[in-house]
Ligand binder design. Structure first.
Ligand SMILES: [Zn+2]
Length: 74
């Protein structure tokens, strides 16, 4: 089983960011829940599947280490 298939099964076919199901035409991206750059590990419990646009949003949030998003309606 591929890593994507395994994660897909663990997440019951949903993107953990938006909560919507992946459809056969969606592309999926593997995200480190805790970024490697912040000390996260490349293990299954630190991986999740996201839509590319969800991944972009999350990565932008991850990259903000000073909580500068608090005033934004994310
Ligand atoms: Zn999504």
């Amino acid at each position: 089983m591929t890593r994507v298939a395994k994660l897909l099964k663990a997440q019951k076919g949903k993107s953990t960011h938006c909560g919507l199901y992946f459809t056969p035409t969606d592309s999926v991206e593997i995200d480190q829940i805790k970024p490697i750059s912040l000390g996260g590990k490349d293990t299954y419990d630190n991986l999740q599947l996201l839509h590319p646009h969800c991944h972009d949003t999350k990565t932008a949030q991850d990259g903000c280490i000073h909580k500068c998003h608090d005033d934004k309606p994310f």
